[in-house]
Design a protein around this ligand. Structure first.
Ligand code: ASN
Length: 324
């Protein structure tokens, strides 16, 4: 009995090694990576041209995004203090903008979210990179226009720059012929039209990216005080079934509002006490921003079925074991 278990285990490991090596050696990988590189190059260029200052990422911190869904914990102790691995740099973005001479910032930010096995679908990775940006005194309209311009420029650039790569992938480029302004829909409107699975169904039907507005989620996305129960936040939905590619919002920055929203969300205020203290001192500026997943954009641009196809090493949740 024991020998069999061992044999099975060995076979599983060998199969995993084979799969890992096969994934690295895929013929299409260099084309995907070149296209991804072109996306990042164009993004950096767009940010630079628009005066958006690049910060380098922080990968660990005593404070990180609480997220609005459950993930496995990945906190640890450093020098006797509890640290977290970065889930997003939302609070760092807000605080960096307390510098009176900084107006617009972005980070190409590695995030670790140890997703539960049920997120082992075609769009989640437990480690990924997002381009996370934040603007002082901005509104959602500023972010929409900015992101539409970024997509337009990036898609135009990669179409020109990566002709060979698209040919090698056997993928056309008509899905990249997009220009703003993108349509805007509220989640309520789409839910009424499509039912619970509205995001997937609306994305499948769409031929161009669109904005999905008003989600009840993390406390830091601003509530519209003139329309209580609605939120000044948004996702960008990739069309053709590629679903969510960006999320962001105008932010809560006022101490009373932050406390109210944290309490509504049942948050542990003790773990956020320094952030709360800064809010009390008026150090959190009024901002709006967003973050888009690099791998998700690459997946859409390269028209790959599964997000795990755009990475060199598998980061798909729920596979049980990983060797690199
Ligand atoms: N980057 C997102 C934002 O700016 C937050 C996130 O990734 N959870 O809203």
């Amino acid at each position: 009995m024991k020998t069999y278990v061992l044999k099975d285990e060995n076979e599983r490991e060998l199969k995993l090694l084979d799969e890992t090596i096969e994934k690295i050696k895929r013929e299409k990988l260099p084309s995907i990576l070149k296209i991804q590189q072109a996306i990042l190059r164009s993004v950096d260029d767009y940010m630079y041209k628009n005066g958006v200052v690049r910060l380098l990422p922080n990968m660990i911190s005593p404070i990180t995004d609480p997220l609005c869904h459950s993930v496995e914990d990945c906190d640890f102790t450093y020098g006797g203090q509890k640290f977290n691995v970065t889930k997003s740099m939302i609070f760092h973005k807000q605080l960096a903008l307390s510098n009176p001479y900084l107006q617009k910032i972005y980070i190409v930010s590695p995030n670790v979210r140890l997703e539960l096995p049920e997120r082992g679908d075609v769009r989640h990775l437990f480690e990924f990179t997002q381009v996370d940006f934040e603007f002082k005194d901005a509104t959602m309209d500023t972010v929409f226009g900015f992101m539409e311009g970024l997509i337009e420029q990036a898609f135009c650039y990669i179409k020109e720059e990566c002709k060979e790569e698209f040919k090698k992938l056997g993928v056309g480029t008509s899905h990249l012929d997009v220009s703003g302004p993108f349509e805007r829909h509220t989640t309520q409107e789409l839910k009424a039209k499509y039912g619970e699975d509205f995001e997937a169904l609306a994305s499948k039907e769409a031929t161009r990216p669109f904005w999905l507005i008003n989600h009840k989620r993390e406390f830091y996305d601003a509530e519209d005080l003139e329309n209580k129960g609605t939120y000044k936040n948004y996702d960008l939905i990739w069309p053709m079934g590629y679903v969510e590619g960006l999320s962001g919002g105008e932010r809560e920055y006022n101490y009373d509002r932050i406390i109210t929203r944290m309490r509504e969300a049942g948050m542990d205020e003790q773990s956020m006490k320094d952030y709360i203290e800064l809010a009390k001192r008026g150090e959190i500026p009024k901002t709006a921003g967003a973050g888009f997943g690099v791998e998700r954009m690459t997946r859409f641009v390269c028209q790959q079925d599964d997000i795990d196809e755009v990475t060199v090493f598998s980061r798909k949740p729920g596979k049980g074991k990983y060797i690199f």
